[in-house]
Design a binder for this molecule. Structure first.
Ligand code: URP
Ligand code: ZN
Ligand code: ZN
Length: 485
């Protein structure tokens, strides 16, 4: 144990995904180098007294969109500077946004462009997922293996959105590539043709208000695609992560798959715990603020998502931060109009509110243990994307990414408290009983409870390792031998 530290966090009530304990934490060179009941007085350049408050590992938000190139005139409000600032103030110290391939272009172009967007701007650490929208033979055989080898070990594929969606054959090709490489495939599971069919019927009847967004993508649209994604993953025999799971019928499909022993992982987001279809029907055009896909459901579905968090169905909780301003021709009021729901940019902001909402209504409300909270928001995403144990835990040798929690008062969330560039939060007025008092990223205080104290450019790019290998399965289908799977 070194006898001099850059920083000591004293009197911490530490929570990891496994344990809770009281300790002083000694930090040097951005790493945790000592965990002790009591570190010597005067042995650090700086001390922070946690005063017995909860100290958790910095959050890992493994699904967020920052400065992602959009079809004109849509534009994301947050770039790496404002997005990472907002994340830091909400207790998140690592983000994993998406380098999105444009159809007809290479994955490498997307990655190079995305590095330029992040360079000098991020104040917290970041890695990239890929989005594969054009899985050409070259992408499958050459680009993906090279990029996975360089630390881009996960990619998202879409079953909907005209500019992104893959057909089942293309999905199978991607899954086979993921299996060969040990990469993680994230799947956006909604049936594109069903959405197009329902959207046409609604708009032909003049039903174009934001609330009809939910009716164009009802639960069966997600249920069918979730089942299909599971089946394709079963055929190839490769784990997948179903992202942004919104409600009961998708959860049922995932439970069924787990019951069969399939390696199906699931992610959900705060919008499926705190918003409902009623938010899409807010007066005037305000429902547009909650337009995201899949859409928020209802109270019964929210309960199913809480149950899935408590009983281990879900592996991770991410924000799916997709920052579009409300009163802006590049955002929800696209082109300066109040467009039909089919043209409202999909996605809502949530980087800064993810952890306070889940700590408050999960841990403080008794729905989750604090270890579960840490696992869902930090440890599991770090493991899933090959960043553990550097990220996602409080242990000797881990990066000193920490959150000290203030749970002494309840306060309503107000957009003016937040540090993103979006002109609203869908969680306006929701009371929370937990907020980060201090966020530390690699040993530096980036949020002191009042101000953002980080610096653009201090964030480091993280090359991801491979996800932990899935548990081996019993595979006794005779057809597998014939097809060589
Ligand atoms: O509505 C959403 N979720 N927008 C962000 C993009 C995505 O599909 O995750
Ligand atoms: Zn998605
Ligand atoms: Zn997303």
């Amino acid at each position: 144990m070194s006898d001099r530290y850059d920083l000591i966090v004293r009197n911490a009530r530490v929570a990891t995904a496994a344990d809770t304990f009281d300790a002083d934490l000694g930090i040097t060179g951005g790493k945790i180098v000592a965990i002790a009941q009591r570190l010597p007085a005067g042995s650090a350049d700086r001390e922070i007294d946690a005063a017995g408050r909860w100290v958790t590992p910095g959050g890992v938000d493994a699904h967020c969109h920052l400065d992602q190139p959009m079809v004109e005139p849509m534009r994301m409000a947050d770039d790496f500077e404002t997005g990472s600032r907002s994340a830091a103030c909400g207790g998140t110290t690592t983000v994993i946004p998406f380098a999105a391939q444009v159809k007809g272009h290479s994955l490498r172009e997307a990655v190079d462009d995305y590095h330029r967007r992040a360079e000098g701007k991020a104040s917290i650490d970041y890695a990239f997922h890929l989005i594969v929208s054009d899985p050409t033979p070259d992408v499958i055989a050459r680009e993906l293996p090279a990029l996975v080898g360089e630390g881009y070990t996960s990619f998202k594929i879409y079953m909907t959105y005209d500019d992104l969606k893959l057909d089942d054959g293309e999905i199978l090709a991607c899954l086979e590539a993921a299996r060969g490489l040990g990469a993680m495939t994230m799947i956006h599971a909604e049936n594109a043709d069903a959405i197009a069919y329902l959207t046409k019927r609604l708009t032909e009847q003049g039903k174009t208000a934001p609330r009809f967004h939910g009716m164009s993508r009802p639960m069966p649209v997600e249920r069918e695609a979730t089942h299909r994604a599971i089946t394709l993953s079963e055929l190839v025999d490769v784990p997948i992560l179903i992202v942004h799971v919104s409600g009961a019928e998708a959860v049922e499909q995932i439970r069924w798959a787990r019951g069969k022993g399939l390696n199906i992982l699931a992610e959900t987001c705060p919008q499926y715990l705190f918003l409902t279809q009623e938010h899409l029907g807010l007066d005037g055009f305000h429902g547009a603020k909650c337009v995201c896909s899949p859409p928020p459901r209802d109270a019964r579905n929210q309960q199913v998502i809480w149950d899935g968090l408590a009983d281990g169905l879900f592996t991770i909780v991410s924000s799916d931060h997709a920052p579009f301003r409300y009163d802006d021709p590049q955002g929800k009021k696209l082109g300066g109009e109040e467009p039909s729901f089919e043209y409202i940019p999909n996605g809502i902001p949530g980087l800064e509110t993810r952890l306070p909402l889940l700590f408050s209504e999960g841990v403080l409300a008794g729905r989750l243990t604090i270890q579960q909270f840490v696992a869902l928001t930090s440890t599991n995403p770090a493991k899933l994307y090959g960043l553990y144990p550097r990220k996602g835990t409080i242990a000797i040798g881990a990066d000193a990414d920490l959150v000290i929690w203030d749970t002494s008062k309840r306060q309503p969330i107000r957009n003016e408290m937040l540090h993103h560039e979006v002109d609203y939060t869908p969680y306006e007025g929701i009371e929370v009983g937990a907020w980060p008092a201090t966020t530390v990223c690699r040993g530096k205080v980036v949020w002191d409870g009042v101000s953002f104290t980080g610096r653009a450019g201090d964030g480091q790019f993280l090359a991801c390792g491979l996800p932990e290998p899935a548990k081996p399965r019993v595979r006794n289908e005779s057809w597998r031998e014939w097809v060589g799977l």
